[in-house]
Write a protein that binds this ligand. Sequence first.
Ligand code: PXP
Length: 241
Amino acid sequence: MKRIRLGVNIDHVATVRNARGETYPSPLRAAILAEKNGADSVTIHLREDRRHINEFDLKKIIKKLKIPLNLEIAATQEMLKIASRSKPPFICIVPEKRKEITTEGGLNLDYNTNFLKKLIKKLKKNKSRISLFIEPSLKDIEKAKKLDVDCVEIHTGKLCNLINKKKNYKNELNKIQKVVHKGNYFGLEVHAGHGLTYSSAKILSKIKGIQEFNIGHFLVGESIFDGMPLTIKKFKKILKS
Ligand code: PXP
C-alpha cells in the first residue's frame, strides 16, 4: 500500500509568535525541524491580514527548505504577485474571509472564475504544482478538472467535527470517498486537509486514493506536549498503515 505524504502546516507557530509581537517561536525553525523529522512538505498560509505567516517568513523558509514548500493563497492580485515572485514548488488556492477564524469551506468555483483561470495559468508557467481547496462535492471536482489544476485538496472540516463530537460520520466519509475516486479517475492528485487529528487521520487514511494530508492546528498543539518530532512520527505511522 502506498504511503500517504504528510504536509506539516506551521501557521500556528507564527500565531504564538505574533500573540506577543516577539521574534520567537520561529516558523523557519519549525519548518526545518519538520523537514528533519520526515515531513514530506511544509505548508504556510499567507493571509491577507498576515495574522500568522508574513512575507519575511515566506522568504526565509523558501530559501532554506529542501523539501517542497506549499504556499496557500487566496485568489487575489496581491497573492498572484507574491507567488509569481517567490515561485514556491506547491501552491494551494484557498478561499479567504477576513473575519473567519480559519478557512471555513472550499472554494466557490463559480465566483471569479475568469481570474481563477488566469491565476492558475500564470502560476503553472513557473512550474508550481497547483491545487484547489474544494468541498467534498462531485460537481466541484468536475469544475476543478476543467480548470486544469494538478491537484485538489478536499476540505475535511465537517468530517473531523463529526468524528470529534462522536456523531455519525459515515455519510460524510462516503461523500469524500466518491470525490476521491472521481478525482483519481480524472487523473488529479487528491489531498485532504483541515481539522485532522490522530483519530480523523486514521479514519480518513483508510480511503484509497488520497496522496497527501495537510495538517496544522492539531499537530502544532500536540507538539507542545510531545514535541514536534514525536508528533510527526505518530502521524507518519498512521499514514503508513
Ligand atoms: N489545508 C488547507 C487548505 C487549509 O487552509 C488548512 C488550514 O489553514 C489546513 C489544510 C490545515 O488545517 P488544520 O490547521 O485544521 O490542520
